[in-house]
Ligand binder design. Sequence first.
Ligand SMILES: *[C@@H]1O[C@H](CO)[C@@H](O)[C@H](O)[C@H]1NC(C)=O
Length: 795
Amino acid sequence: MKISLSKGIIIPLLILPLALGTPASIPKQEGEIVPVNDDSNTLKDTSSPGNVQDNHANGNGNANDNDNTKVQKHESEPESEPEPKSKPESKAKANEDESQKEDTKPKSKLPPSLNIENFDAITSEKLSFVEFYSPYCHHCKALAPIWEQAYLEFEEEAKSLNIQMRQVNCVENGDLCGREDISYFPYLRLYAPERDVKTGQIIPGKSKFVDTFPRSLVRTSENFKKYLRKSVAEYDDGTIDMPSSSKLLDTDEMLNILAGSKEEVYFVSFFPATDEQYLKVDSTKKNHFSKCNDCFEYKQIWDRLSNHLQIIAKTGHFNCQSNPTLCKELQLTELTTPGVRATPKFAVFLPKSTGRIRFDYKGEVSIDKMKQWIVRLFQNSQYEKITARTLGDVMSFRKSLPNEPLDSYYPLENKISVIFYFDETTVSDEDKAILPYLLDYVTYSPFNMYLYTATHSQIEKGVLSQAENLINYVNYDPNEPRQRFHVENYLSTTLTAKPTILIFKDNTLITNVYQNFAPEDMRDYKKISKFISDSQYPLYQELTPELIPYYFNTDILDKRNEKVVVTFIDSTDASKLNIALYNMSLAAHEYHHLKKQYYFNKLSFSREEKEARVEKLKHQNADSIEVIKELRREIPHLFNYNQVLFTFIDLSKKDQFEHAYKWKIDPDDYKVGDTIVITKDNRYYWDQAIDGSQLTNNPSVIKPLLLSLLDNSLVTTQNHAITKLVGSPYGSKLRFMDKIHDRGVIGYIGLFGFIYLMYIVIIRLSKKKRLFKSKSSGSASGYGIIGNVQKKEKD
Ligand SMILES: *[C@@H]1O[C@H](CO)[C@@H](O)[C@H](O)[C@H]1NC(C)=O
């Protein structure tokens, strides 16, 4: 086995004891509130790090249900029953000349609502983006001005592109909405004129529902316009009109796919339906699925997706109610029973040469998201071999960073490259067995992660250059003490044998190295999975509601030491954005460096002891691997402690946080440029700098705060960071109440118990006083218990 990532490695090995030592006790943070009871805040459905993937967008249509007012039917009524009907009609009539009607219709320049008489005729003329709404639904009202703005801004372009935006008021047109199977409001759908399959001619009076505005896309005027342009492009190149490329699969064919004996990649949809139902939907373009709210919509998406994927994958659909036995074996039992509510499922099957065949899709059901996912999976399953040069082609790999803002393109791509780095001459098949596992971890990461293999030794030189250049980068402030490069410190986190795993990230000088000290390290899939899930975070990443469970996590205890820095930015101001990202980059690199230095120094204190042990081993003539093994046992995982992740929230999209799961910080309390630090368990936060001022996205303000949270003795000032409780109902005046609130019910019981006790004591004391008084006055005047008793006795 060859040891790598340093030049003459065996000698540095002997310096290694410097880097190693018994885990020094972690300093307790000053000003920290100690939790008594942690269970009040458990994030139940956070996925485990190894199996990272969307925990809520599991394809049952609830992906963003905070955005949609579901029509009652979803909850209780049988599905086949048509919609809102004209239920609230009388109410609608009553309200006719009032509020909603008035401000959306007569004043607006929007065309009138479509109805059952004209719907088919109008939507068969051209591509139509239709909003089905109810004037009473909260989200519809919120959407109304946005819809109107998009309509007005796009009016001219829409004419030239031959597309239209129309609305259907479902309260007035319950019959139409029932027929169109509208299951929630507002429901944004794309309809296209139907064409004759043979002649390609438009069939007058016939249109078909082809797509749904992606649920994950924020409904802004800009996004509507983008969606309309994209739809036209697809319509014009005929993609929308193409009949689905998805093939009906039978049990035999499915068995072949499952066995991985196909050469091609297969993307398969599993429907809770029979082949007959599926065919009927195909031929009539109407919903004939039963007990499945999402089937009809998902089928439209699936049909179009199948045409997008033709180059990389074959697509097929498999109806579980026609093939129940196989579906049960595939653990899709819920799809096999008619009359049971179920949602279609999707999975990719790779050829068995890849080492792993089945990959379930767990994200949002939309053309873009699914396409992105399978394209990435397909690419990763090639285990593409790259060199130091091509690494720069596939990502924004940096050996050094300039001390000035980069030209960033927003939204950031934030590519993460996971590289299986090995030596051709020594690698074994057993070593390579890790690849399918890596593929699995990478596939289910919520980040933009790619998998490669490499043997080129320039790659490890790149890691060394990064570490050297990091020092120049963090020496940005001439007034601060200069940092220096220490090779021992460098080796303490990069020393490894080949094969190993390297994780490079866009625009950073920090590369994560899996430290392989012994053959079993590359077989320890649990440890490797943890390494990847810990290292998957980009250096600075936009925080979106979907990512909240990956940044904040109460599953694992002792997340107190880990923190997330959140800076507020405005993506519409491009010039400031680049500076803001630069500031974040500096703060993140600097903290990383200082923390590592801090632990390294701590460990160095016990180095004599360690050196003695290594000496002993050497005398016993143990070979170098044994020496590392011995040391490895001593390597504390300290360098992973006190991890701080850097994120930002785009205030121009703050609305998406309004109902975000488990999110309690109100973005309205902060302005562009403000920063807050939150513990990873999402219980405590700091929004004030050490000097008490508002914390801002300025590395020289963030640094002292983070250092003081790491170890208060690292900062010279007398001040302490002020810890606040996330979601506390108390303001700054009653901050002490946070400590009570933090303990939940027990805290309040304690508080009230205490108040009650005090009350008793005061009463007692005052009575005693009075008693003394009355006694000293010499008369039992009827005050106090004894007095009464005496009185009573007299009576
Ligand atoms: C970036 O940090 C500098 C100090 O280094 C500060 O003056 C500036 O306001 C910060 N800029 C942004 C956009 O946050």
